[in-house]
Design a protein around this ligand. Structure first.
Ligand SMILES: Cc1ncc(COP(=O)(O)O)c(C=O)c1O
Length: 349
């Protein structure tokens, strides 16, 4: 038995998945799915919207496989990476019994997804550099710990986690490491993807919502061992990725140079924003960022937050972790947006 197999919930291992009308045949006259053979109400440049999309995500997986040089068998697409987070918890964690380790502070959805699934969360603080606290994480593991969530670059702190520490954890932990690389395109290096062949217990998730500029189409993907990918296909609803989304994402993949250009532009704007913020008297610290946002510690973060809100500038403030309660997380905007933000902050001084 594969060691990962032991981690999977029994009901999922034994599950006979739903077989959809398009599983076996993709050609012929389709009188098998109760679709509307007369066409759809709206005209669209995307063809056959009256027909269900491909449940196996074949075209998308093939295109992405070429783009990232990872075999199709190791790729799964979700309705945003949020769907992949939820599906992974449902595959491995027994409601009311399993627990999951989540470093703090990090992306809030891991905890929410666990709570929705009645899975206990063990919160382990990141170290003083917001990197993984290996000893504390290992100490927190017990016989019911099924997953560890890691986010690199980490939201909201912006830093990459150390690849060596991720490797150490992946080696020593006999459960699933869920490594969220939503912001990896903004980092110069540091992806764990080249290690994926070595570790069959690591799921790396990525998204089209950030560097690709497609948050509105809801598309994320993950890279993992084929065994895990097959489980994800087993538990997902049959037609999660719609044709409009697939169409846009296929186009995006074929224009990845544009993404690189936009990323470079964002990084230049980030540099400028960091400089401008550093000139403000009430800014105490700007944390190094490998992402498209900056975590800024301020003397009076709460009043700055309220002031910006009054001026219709929305930034994020998280008060659930002591170490970042005086911080604002600011997404890099366009030049105009950044200039307005800085102008307002100078007036606040
Ligand atoms: C770390 C991290 N992972 C995942 C997501 C969600 O990504 P998606 O839009 O693909 O669901 C976010 C969104 O802000 C995020 O910050």
């Amino acid at each position: 038995m594969k060691s990962i197999e032991k981690l999977v919930r029994k009901n999922i291992l034994n599950l006979k998945p739903y077989t959809s009308a398009r599983d076996k045949f993709q050609d012929g006259i389709f009188l098998d799915a109760n679709e509307n053979a007369f066409g759809s109400v709206v005209k669209s440049s995307v063809k056959n919207l009256n027909r269900y999309p491909d449940p196996h995500q074949k075209n998308l997986r093939k295109a992405l496989s070429k783009h990232i040089n990872i075999p199709t068998e190791k790729i799964f697409f979700g309705v945003g990476s949020d769907e992949i987070i939820d599906l992974s918890i449902r595959i491995f964690c027994e409601p009311g019994k399993s627990n999951v380790i989540i470093p703090s502070p990090t992306y809030g959805m891991y905890k929410v997804a666990c709570e929705i699934n009645d899975v206990k969360v063990k919160s382990v603080p990141l170290d003083n550099h917001f990197d993984i606290n290996i000893e504390q994480v290992i100490q927190a593991v017990d016989e019911n710990t099924k997953m560890i969530f890691l986010c690199s670059p980490n939201n909201p702190t912006g830093n990459l986690l150390s690849a060596n520490r991720i490797k150490k954890l992946a080696k020593s932990f006999e459960g699933i490491i869920f490594l969220d690389e939503a912001y990896i395109d903004f980092a110069q290096s540091g992806s764990f993807v080249n290690q994926i062949e070595i570790f069959d217990n690591v799921i790396i998730s990525r998204t089209f919502s950030k560097a690709w500029g497609l948050a509105g189409v809801r598309c994320g993907y993950c890279i993992a061992d084929e065994f895990i990918i097959n489980l994800l296909f087993k538990v997902k609803a049959p037609y999660t990725l719609n044709k409009l989304t697939s169409n846009i994402v296929l186009k995006a993949i074929s224009q990845s140079k544009k993404r690189d250009e936009i990323v470079q532009r964002i990084l230049r704007k980030k540099e400028n924003l960091v400089y401008q913020l550093s000139q403000l008297k009430f800014v105490e610290k700007i944390y190094p960022s490998d992402a498209n946002f900056i975590l800024v510690k301020m003397k009076n973060a709460e009043s700055v937050f309220d002031y910006l809100n009054k001026n219709k500038i929305r930034v994020r403030m998280r008060s659930d972790d002591e170490r970042i309660k005086d911080c604002l997380r600011i997404t890099v905007g366009t030049e105009k947006e950044n200039n307005l933000l800085i102008k307002l902050l100078k007036e606040f001084e």
